[in-house]
Design a protein around this ligand. Structure first.
Ligand SMILES: Nc1ncnc2c1ncn2[C@@H]1O[C@H](COP(=O)(O)OP(=O)(O)O)[C@@H](O)[C@H]1O
Ligand SMILES: [Mg+2]
Length: 275
């Protein structure tokens, strides 16, 4: 069976005064109906990788790939019409900050229902929206439906946004640091929701984070990115077998549960990793 998503030799460049700078430099991976984590420090190219899959590379940038295929569709030359059928319907992305993804002048309910209607299903729009809000553990969905984004707390807004991205029942969800703005208990709850959707609906999930510990507990497989490249791919249960010095460095930076108070090691960097 062919995978849900295939990415081969993805490269993304932005212009600079010194000429084009490649920020993603030959990333390849494939994804089935599973949880794939992408970790790496800030600036390593995680978000741009996710955005390129959805055709959302900023206009100043250039994305190329030898292969970029979603469920048999070649995304590299997908038409506007094909994108309209895919984006927000079969593939969605949860961004870090709900403020940028929710429309501030429309109630949550109206936004949810529009999303359902846009992709078929007019009659069930209301019921589906309520059910999705319940699925993300919002206890008073009717009240939230009537609210505007600014009337919700951060955690509630984040859940409303996740409901928004999931209400069309996508086959692929890219969650870009979806929980970093939330406190720990809400984080765990959101992860549990995503987890259930992968198990129950057979969704494929790309979970982007800088937190190696979180990613390795939550995902099946982990790609470690450094300076625009995948330097290591690991089975999440076998993190301790990581061999790349950058991954080892990330692992050594994790605070231990024994409350060991050694100073955190400084992450080593080496130009040789760029080869
Ligand atoms: N619109 C843009 N124009 C120029 N450079 C950008 C733009 N967006 C991102 N970059 C650069 O691309 C690199 C990778 O960014 P990003 O994928 O957002 O990293 P991450 O998500 O891993 O923190 C960074 O060095 C960033 O400065
Ligand atoms: Mg990012």
């Amino acid at each position: 069976m062919s995978p849900l998503l295939s990415v081969e030799n993805l490269r993304i460049a932005f212009p600079s005064r010194q000429g084009p700078v490649e920020v993603v430099r030959g990333v390849s991976f494939s994804l089935g109906r599973e949880r794939l984590g992408i970790v790496g420090e800030s600036g390593s190219g995680k978000s741009q990788t996710g955005r390129a899959i959805l055709g959302l590379t900023p206009v100043s940038g250039t994305a190329t790939a030898d292969r970029l295929e979603f469920d048999g569709v070649d995304l590299r030359n997908a038409s506007t019409r094909q994108w309209r059928k895919l984006r927000g319907a079969r593939m969605s992305m949860v961004m870090q900050d709900p403020k940028f993804s929710l429309n501030p002048v429309m109630t949550i309910g109206r936004q949810l229902m529009e999303a359902v209607k846009l992709h078929g299903g007019k009659s069930e729009a209301h019921d589906k929206s309520i059910a999705m809000l319940e699925a993300v553990q919002i206890r008073d969905p009717e009240r939230v439906m009537a609210a505007y984004p600014h009337e919700l707390s951060g955690g509630m807004g984040q859940r409303a946004m996740i409901a928004m991205m999931l209400v069309t029942e996508p086959d692929l969800l890219i969650a870009d640091e979806p929980t970093s703005a939330l406190d720990v208990t809400v984080q765990i709850e959101v992860l549990r929701i995503l987890d259930r959707l992968v198990t129950e609906r057979g969704m494929g999930l790309i979970f982007i984070s800088h937190d190696l510990r979180l990613v390795s507990t939550f995902c099946d497989r982990v790609l470690v990115m450094y300076a625009g490249r995948v330097v290591e791919e690991l089975d999440a249960r076998r993190m301790n077998e990581a061999t790349h010095p950058y991954t080892r460095g990330l692992l050594n930076c994790l605070p231990t549960i024994t409350g060991d108070s050694r100073p955190l090691p400084v992450l080593a960097r080496d130009d040789a990793w760029l080869e």
